[in-house]
Write a protein that binds this ligand. Structure first.
Ligand SMILES: *Cc1c(COP(=O)(O)O)cnc(C)c1O
Length: 407
């Protein structure tokens, strides 16, 4: 029998020689922000479990209760017969948490972005995307059929020009990450809302890394920057600080009703497992009632940022939102304080080598390569959690100083 897709092995070899072939390993999560990998215990600085809720006993217990009562799978899409009381409770909890009328669930954050954007704009419209937006936002814009205008990261003048040119289109949608997932900086949401108001556009914000982390009550960067009532659509995920799985949109009843009718990844996918909904509801309650977790996370961010001194921490495409950059072009970490800390290395092989060496020093850190980041901006990406204690953080800083040979 002929081998199918004979071109694949060649293309995979090309990826390999460019240092871009993706491998996979097994990882066993452990308590306290640690993990076991290849039989070794490491501190885990790759996780999006910012508040340490993925393994919280109360979250696990909530899932177990629902598992015992409702089984594993949802058996049908939410509109047909898959929406159980666990789903309804989670929708209510999300609406209440976000201070909105209603909420709708999606199988993942990816599906939430793709489905929501494609339900809002089409060929008659223009979507404006920051170049560093998450793939799911870009894919949603592409799928929608709207004209796509990509502007350089946080370059508001370019966006303004493009908005001006699109004045005759039916609708204009500005699409942005709240926290840019590979750079850790936050979007200039106030300025984006100002531009949207001037050009009669709407703003859609993806709070994937914002929910539970930013804002006094953990509602994200929109809360932190005071633009919650100026942003037309806020999309979130339950898979990061909430520690579970699933995407959501919380908003006015009319928007949520529209998405129930028009968001295809929601309409044509099986509903989330009831146990996941129960777990997410418990996790949201913890986010709401235990702000000290957020405080601990931010203390950890400040500790690492204040201790670490490595050059070129941020990619050149990254806007500095706080702090100073030095005149020689190198930036020390305090430029952007947050749980995502990128260390720019440029070359994909260099990122992989640095990752391996850090593992030898007991720390699991992500090597991020194209196409996840633009060519020439391969990097280490550190992500911090409230679950890390001081010994984890000290080991991380020592390992980085050793491996990246900085003073
Ligand atoms: C992780 C992520 C998503 C996707 O969320 P999932 O729930 O994992 O599918 C969407 N947007 C951004 C910015 C993300 O970082």
């Amino acid at each position: 029998m002929p081998k199918p897709f004979p071109w694949m092995s060649e293309e995979l070899a090309a990826l390999e020689s460019a240092g871009l072939r993706r491998g996979r390993r097994e990882i066993q999560p452990l308590a306290g922000g640690a993990c076991e990998i290849d039989g070794r215990r490491l501190w885990n600085f790759t996780s999006n479990d910012y508040l340490g809720l993925a393994g919280d006993p109360r979250v696990v217990a909530a899932a177990q209760t629902a598992l015992a009562e409702s089984g594993v799978g949802a058996r049908a899409s939410a509109l047909v017969a898959g929406r159980t009381e666990w789903h309804a409770r989670l929708e209510q909890a999300l609406a209440r948490f976000e201070g909105q009328e209603s909420a709708i669930l999606f199988p993942t954050g990816y599906a939430a972005n793709v489905g929501t954007i494609a339900a809002l704009v089409d060929e008659n419209d223009v979507a404006f995307c920051d170049r560093l937006n998450h793939a799911s936002l870009i894919d949603g814009c592409r799928l929608s059929g709207a004209k796509l205008r990509v502007f350089r990261h946080s370059e508001l003048e370019t966006l303004e020009r493009e908005l001006h040119k699109a004045a005759d289109s039916r609708r204009r949608l500005i699409v942005t990450d709240a926290v840019f997932s590979m750079d850790g900086d936050i979007a200039p949401l106030r300025e984006l809302c100002d531009l949207a108001a001037r050009f009669e556009a709407d703003v859609l914000v993806d709070e994937a890394h914002g929910t539970g982390v930013f804002g006094e009550h953990g509602r994200g960067v929109c809360e932190q920057l005071g633009v919650e009532d100026r942003v037309a659509v806020r999309v979130g995920t339950l898979s990061k600080a909430i520690g579970t799985l699933g995407g959501f949109v919380a908003g006015p009843q009319s928007l949520i009703d529209w998405l129930w009718n028009k968001a295809r990844p929601q309409v044509f996918s099986t509903a989330l497992p009831p146990a996941i909904c129960a777990a997410a509801t418990a996790a949201i309650e913890i986010v709401r009632t235990e702000p000290e977790r957020r405080t601990k996370l931010w203390q950890n961010c400040e500790f690492v940022a204040g201790t670490l001194r490595v050059p070129s921490v941020f990619s050149s495409d990254t806007q500095v939102v706080a702090g100073q950059s030095s005149s020689d072009g190198t930036r020390s970490v305090p430029a952007t304080i947050g749980p995502i800390i990128p260390i720019l290395l440029g070359d994909p092989e260099a990122a992989v080598v640095a990752q391996r060496k850090l593992e030898e020093h007991g720390c699991l850190v992500a090597a991020i390569r194209p196409p996840t980041v633009p060519l020439g901006t391969s990097r280490l990406r550190i992500s911090l959690s409230a679950a890390h204690d001081e010994s984890a953080l000290k080991q991380l800083v020592a390992a980085l100083q050793e491996v990246l040979s900085v003073p």
